[in-house]
Design a protein around this ligand. Structure first.
Ligand SMILES: Cc1cc2nc3c(=O)[nH]c(=O)nc-3n(C[C@H](O)[C@H](O)[C@H](O)COP(=O)(O)OP(=O)(O)OC[C@H]3O[C@@H](n4cnc5c(N)ncnc54)[C@H](O)[C@@H]3O)c2cc1C
Length: 436
């Protein structure tokens, strides 16, 4: 015990970035009694998962969804004072493409719940459903592992998943999970997500829709947790330079300089590459980061009168601009507020925002009879929402070649695509590497 305390006293960690990765690392360090200071360049915490206010309405910079298998994210939310029952609307696995396809998992243990869901799905001929169930069983036999990575489209073709199940089932699933089209997406990473979400316990495939904004859900609570344990969380305080010194690593901000025993760089890829590019020892790391392509996510929020609702809290559309629609009234009591999400690259990127919003408004009218114009709409285009999760991607490791400097973030090495859970796992790994 005394040894651990001595170790904690010798350590002093600076974390660059107060997104989910940086705050996860900070919580894990603070929990172990290690002094930690978080530097966040923005005015608020959360990064790519942050609350945004528009027209006095609480929004997020993009509608997010968590899966029951995001165990570390959910554990940390509870650790810093969240209550999963109150913070989320929890839905059993369901995929509804309005009028085209519907899959619902019954209350049975995994993986039976999925097999029954696939066999009883509506909107696919029986042969295609049987084939989809066979595909899942084949993946289970392979332990969800591939000896060679390939694109998801190639994997589907190998397993006889023809155009209809690919378009109605696997493609929406792949885009939702990896934010990458099936012709570009890594089958190996998709299988990692399917392994964890569909194959262990039934609750792992649950979909959790947050009732609170993403800054409040975790980063803000995490900041209180860290500060209560003597740490610091500084917003509007971007790190301008990282300088290795004999005594540790110096961080420079507009306020001055501070020396730390260790630094975790949890900034997003482009910002991280900028901070690291002057170090010869990190040439490979910076090349790996610069080699990442990005994929966008667009969220279109629409404020309708309070009585306007959708048939389900979350519903998909087939061959439309809007891929997924969320009814914030049913999810979070924000009646009349709808969110349309368009993930990954596509022709929507070529449209001016006003025109894109009008397309979504027309789709809501044609699919659900929602007449008239909304009071307002807000298009949030995150052009670099996630990295493009291609096969055989070399992602930088958390441990860098510069002693004392670690990397966290959804883009760093790991099983998961760019997700909250991937970000959190990377932050926890950095904390473990330091405290080990
Ligand atoms: C619109 C959208 C929808 C998404 N939907 C989902 C979803 O449904 N489910 C899911 O799991 N994931 C989703 N994601 C992905 C998820 O949001 C990210 O994987 C995750 O938030 C990344 O966290 P991070 O901490 O790695 O990086 P970031 O969130 O990017 O955090 C990095 C932080 O570093 C700060 N920073 C940058 N430079 C500096 C500097 N020099 N000094 C100090 N601070 C700096 C930034 O301001 C930022 O706060 C979505 C992402 C977007 C954009």
């Amino acid at each position: 015990m005394a040894g651990l305390q001595d170790l904690a006293q010798k350590l002093n960690v600076g974390v660059i970035g107060g997104g989910y990765a940086g705050m996860a690392a900070a919580v894990a360090l603070a929990e172990r009694g290690i002094p930690v200071t978080v530097f966040e360049s923005a005015r608020q915490l959360g990064g790519r998962a942050r609350g945004v206010v528009h027209q006095d309405t609480q929004l997020d910079n993009g509608q997010h969804l968590l899966l029951g298998c995001y165990r570390q994210t959910l554990r940390l939310i509870e650790q810093v004072g969240g209550n999963l029952e109150q913070d989320f609307l929890r839905l059993p696995l369901q995929l509804d493409l309005h009028g085209e396809f519907s899959l619902r998992a019954p209350h049975l243990p995994a993986p039976l719940h999925l097999l029954i869901a696939l066999l009883s799905a509506q909107g696919l001929p029986f042969g295609a459903r049987l084939n989809a169930a066979r595909f899942m069983l084949a993946l289970r036999r392979m332990n969800f592992r591939l000896s060679c990575d390939m694109t998801v489209a190639e994997l589907l073709a190998q397993h006889g998943q023809d155009a209809e199940p690919a378009q109605k089932l696997w493609e929406p699933l792949c885009i939702a999970a990896l934010n990458t089209p099936i012709r570009k997406a890594s089958a190996r990473v998709l299988l990692n997500v399917l392994r964890d979400a569909l194959n262990r316990s039934r609750a792992d495939s649950d979909m959790l829709l947050p009732r609170v904004d993403f800054t409040a859900l975790f980063p803000q609570r995490a900041a209180s947790y860290v500060e209560e344990r003597g740490g610091k969380v500084l917003t509007s305080c971007g790190v301008e330079a990282i300088t290795p010194k004999d005594s540790g690593i110096e961080l420079t901000t507009a306020e001055g300089t501070t020396i730390f025993s260790h630094v975790i760089c949890a900034a997003p890829p482009v910002a991280a590459a900028k901070l690291l590019r002057s170090f010869a020892a990190l040439e490979n790391t910076v090349a790996q980061i610069n080699g990442l392509e990005h994929q966008p996510i667009y969220t279109i929020y629409l404020r309708y009168p309070a009585h306007v609702t959708l048939p389900h809290p979350m519903i998909g559309l087939h061959r439309r601009f809007s891929q997924w629609l969320f009814d914030k009234g049913q999810i979070a009591g924000q009646h009349g507020l709808l969110a349309a999400v368009i993930s990954a690259e596509g022709i929507h990127q070529e449209l001016p925002q006003e025109q894109l919003a009008q397309k979504v408004i027309a789709e809501l009218r044609e699919e659900f009879g929602i007449a008239g114009q909304p009071e307002w709409f807000k298009v949030i285009a995150e052009k670099r929402a996630t990295f493009c999760c291609a096969p055989n991607l070399q992602r930088p490791s958390q441990q860098t070649a510069l002693p004392g400097l670690l990397l966290a973030g959804d883009y760093t090495a790991g099983d998961y695509p760019a997700t909250l859970e991937g970000a959190v796992l990377s932050g926890l790994r950095c904390a473990s590497l330091i405290s080990a």
